[in-house]
Design a protein around this ligand. Structure first.
Ligand code: AMP
Ligand code: ZN
Ligand code: FE
Ligand code: FE
Length: 278
């Protein structure tokens, strides 16, 4: 089976700069056969993207990126092929988004206490009704002239351990896996990179993860090969994508460069047929 797929894209429904239509324009230009839009805690892009993609002959695989917590570390889990109209799943996502909003308010209050006059409205405007996160806070700080650079917003205020840092409401990998499975989908450990301890990885495999995101801009070819080894050792699936945010992270040239084959996508479908979820 020919063709390439990028299964990790962000849209304006979370912290990406591009709309579903703009993402599909790029997918067409890059000659992709399938994409997944994996917004943080949001599936709002999927119906629109599916409609736009159909006449282009591009497949849109339902996707989402969830934040989970293992000890003090943030572990992202990608869900694919689930029913994004599943009521229970949507209840969870709505809860995560409302917790994100409360956390943004707490961060703004902390910043105000440090004499940084940011308003929650300014932050929410940048989130445009989508999932609000620290990237929107950093952007607001820069655009309102309250800090020099996006990176400085993290290193001075909102990065892990910095004075305006606030924890996000997070579930465990096991809960995320169960949530996605209950909606009929497969789950993958997102961009494990080189930081993830072997034992954490093994625990998540034990919790029933279906696969690992092997291809990602943060993975060297050696690291991708390492994770491919783990995938075959544990009979898992391999996923991959660009984690494209539409230029917000100097990632404009990443689009189309981090892909998996359609054969790998079809292995995911086969796994679902062999062991249906939900
Ligand atoms: P949130 O989901 O609101 O906690 O935001 C997490 C996002 O913030 C990550 O996906 C990164 O894009 C960004 N981020 C977190 N820490 C940093 C950092 N130290 N420097 C730059 N960006 C960061
Ligand atoms: Zn993001
Ligand atoms: Fe992520
Ligand atoms: Fe992502």
């Amino acid at each position: 089976m020919d063709g390439k797929a990028d299964l990790h894209l962000h849209s304006t429904f979370s912290d990406g700069a591009l709309s579903p239509r703009e993402l599909l324009d790029r997918a067409r230009q890059a000659g992709l056969t399938a994409i997944s839009i994996t917004d943080h805690d949001h599936t709002g892009a999927l119906d629109e993207a599916t409609t736009i993609a159909a006449p282009l002959g591009i497949e849109v695989i339902p996707g989402v990126e969830l934040s989970t917590m293992v000890g003090e570390s943030d572990v992202h889990i990608l869900g694919y092929f689930f029913d994004h109209h599943d009521a229970r799943l949507q209840e969870y996502l709505a809860l995560f988004r409302s917790e994100r909003r409360k956390r943004a308010e707490r961060i703004v209050r902390k910043l105000n206490g440090m004499n940084v006059p940011l308003t929650i409205d300014g932050v929410l405007r940048r989130a445009g009704g989508g999932s609000v996160g620290r990237p929107h806070i950093a952007t607001a700080l820069v655009e309102e002239g309250l800090i020099g650079t996006y990176q400085e917003a993290f290193s001075r205020y909102i990065g892990f351990g910095k004075p305006a840092y606030e924890k996000k409401y997070m579930i465990s990998p096991r809960e995320a896996i169960a949530m996605i499975a209950a909606a009929g989908g497969l789950s993958f450990i997102a961009h494990p990179s080189s930081f993830m301890e072997e034992q954490v990885l093994l625990d998540i495999i034990d919790a029933g993860i279906d696969g690992i995101e092997v291809i990602h801009p943060s993975h060297s070819p050696e690291l991708a090969a390492h994770y491919r080894g783990i995938v075959s050792e544990y009979f898992l699936l391999a996923s991959g994508g660009s984690d494209f945010h539409g230029g917000k992270r100097n990632d404009l040239d990443a689009f189309g460069r981090y892909t998996i084959s359609m054969a790998e996508v079809n292995m995911m479908r086969r796994r679902l047929r062999q062991a249906p979820r939900g």
